[in-house]
Design a binder for this molecule. Structure first.
Ligand code: NAD
Length: 488
């Protein structure tokens, strides 16, 4: 790999995300040579620390990944710290000077990556001050802004935030993080579809009965209630991750696999969902909240959750498209906490052959539908359910799974999402980031659902911990003659 040169400015440099995910990801890039001695990272947070203290935090965060102490210390020596109040313009002027010094010292060619890993209310002000106080490099290097999630809490707030960002940065300088787009098997979806003619050929409503997307967690709200209770599963998981995965499954073939073409295909797909009015929401989306059960507390009894909270910890919905490719083929999505399994997966349920010749000769009809499953978490894999003859006397059929599951060696090689995403940011590749029109369409889709839910009283709690959500989720599919494929 050719090493990239860049100065990283990390707003929220002592935060949980930075220490737990971002520094280990950068360290991997360093070990693999994607960055070398021509990089520096300036950590910024309000509380003061010396460079040495900050480097110690960085060392702790990467200690389990280091081949040896010398390598870890060499890496950490590129880290600097400044106490920075994001609202104080003087502080940005000092930053500008320091950035020029680091640029010179490490020969960074003026390349700057501004990573805002702070509470979302600060995203806009940081971008504005970076521009107004001339922290952006102006000597031919690139300026890239990286924004953590959440990107707004509805369309209006997202648009306002986007307007703030785009007064300072152009769309092609902005990288909106959706870490699910950094996952190995999510990135594999376009290859599975467009790299295999036998799959590509049947990827439409003629052959596919329905597509199911599940993002289920075993854990409850844990210690995130403060944020989660103001967001809910619809905002936290559906508007972003679920919709991005669904879009990769539904999009038409991009003209090529470069970011501009992939974005164009994704935008068209998101804008061609059937957006629901209130009636549509009532019919096609269900919400849930977990109660108490088998030794575990109800959501409403979790720390920091109000006792009368109507927040959704589960969502299931039926999404349809105006695209000819998907005429009559629904996409069912589902996500929630305290469910039976930790799994992120896609199950593509194919149609049955209406002319089953075996059923005529040998009753009963035992053929099952083909199902292609794309396993994303916890272990990457692909399975395809096919019908074969069984081995017994006479002629009977049985169903088997052709399955590929990453083994331990392969799984341990797979780069973590943030490593992949940093790699893309350094290379200016937007394929795995959400563009503004995508985010906008996703909010426009979600807003009427959230609005209807905010205005009506749910019957919560309505599902047991360790189940797969409320009954209404099963009924949503049963109505169409379908059922959730997972868990079998
Ligand atoms: P955190 O609270 O742990 O860290 C916030 C950082 O911002 C700290 O370094 C703090 O010192 C700094 N900060 C706060 N107020 C400041 C101010 N006024 N001026 C300067 N610095 C200030 O938060 P986090 O968990 O690291 O999350 C950061 C971002 O990443 C958020 O947008 C969050 O939604 C997102 N995110 C986090 C995770 C995660 O696992 N932690 C996962 C997904 C997304």
């Amino acid at each position: 790999a050719t090493a990239n040169r860049a100065l990283f400015m990390l707003f929220g440099g002592t935060g949980d995300l930075a220490l737990r995910k971002l520094y280990p990801a950068l360290f991997e890039l360093y070990k693999k040579g994607s960055i070398d001695n021509h990089f520096a990272l300036l950590g910024l947070a309000r509380r003061p620390h010396t460079d040495e203290e900050f480097q110690k935090m960085v060392l702790d965060s990467i200690s389990s990944e280091a081949d040896n102490q010398e390598q870890a210390e060499e890496f950490a020596s590129h880290f600097y710290f400044r106490s920075h109040d994001v609202t104080n313009v003087e502080h940005y002027r000092a930053l500008s000077k320091l950035a020029d010094e680091l640029d010179k010292k490490y020969e960074l060619d003026g390349n700057r990556i501004f990573y805002v890993s702070m509470a979302p209310r600060f995203f806009g002000i940081v971008a504005k001050n970076l521009k107004d106080e001339h922290v952006l490099s102006d000597n031919g290097g690139f300026n890239r802004l990286v924004i953590e999630k959440p990107f707004g809490r509805d369309y209006d707030s997202a648009e306002k935030l986007n307007n703030e960002l785009t007064t300072a940065f152009k769309e092609d300088q902005i990288f909106r993080i959706d870490h699910y787009l950094g996952k190995e098997m999510v990135q594999s979806i376009p290859v599975i579809r467009f790299g295999n003619p036998i799959i590509d050929a049947v990827w439409n409503h003629n052959y596919i009965d329905n597509i199911q997307i599940t993002l289920s967690e075993k854990l409850g709200v844990e210690d995130r209630a403060g944020y989660y209770d103001t967001a809910g599963a619809l905002r936290d998981m559906v508007q972003n991750h679920t919709m991005q995965i669904m879009t990769l499954l539904a999009m038409d073939k991009p003209a090529s696999f470069v970011d501009t073409d992939v974005r164009a295909a994704k935008i068209k797909t998101l804008e061609n969902m059937n957006f629901y009015d209130t009636e549509g929401v009532k019919e096609n989306f269900v919400r849930g909240q977990y109660g108490a059960g088998s030794g575990s507390a109800a959501y409403r009894d979790e720390p920091d959750v109000p006792h009368d909270s109507n927040n959704d910890t589960f969502v299931a919905g039926k999404v349809t498209y105006k695209l000819p490719r998907w005429e009559g083929t629904p996409f069912y999505v589902r996500t929630g906490k305290k469910l039976a399994a930790k799994a992120t997966r896609v199950d593509v349920v194919f149609k049955k052959d209406i002319n089953n010749i075996f059923a005529k000769a040998y009753l009963p009809d035992t053929l099952k539908t083909n199902v292609l499953s794309i396993l994303i978490d916890p272990r990457g894999g692909i399975t395809l359910r096919v019908n074969v003859k069984d081995s017994k006397q006479g002629f009977h059929t049985e169903t088997i799974d052709l399955d590929y599951l990453q083994n331990d060696a392969r799984a341990s090689e797979v780069p973590q999402p943030y490593e992949r995403l940093f790699h893309d940011i350094l290379n200016g590749d937007h394929t795995n980031f959400a563009s503004w029109p995508e985010v906008a369409a996703a909010w426009k889709y979600v807003d009427p659902i959230q609005k209807y839910w905010d205005e009506t009283q749910p019957n919560f709690p309505n599902y047991e911990p360790g189940s797969m959500g409320p009954k209404a989720s099963d009924e949503l599919l049963a109505r169409d003659g379908h059922s959730w494929y997972f868990p079998e």
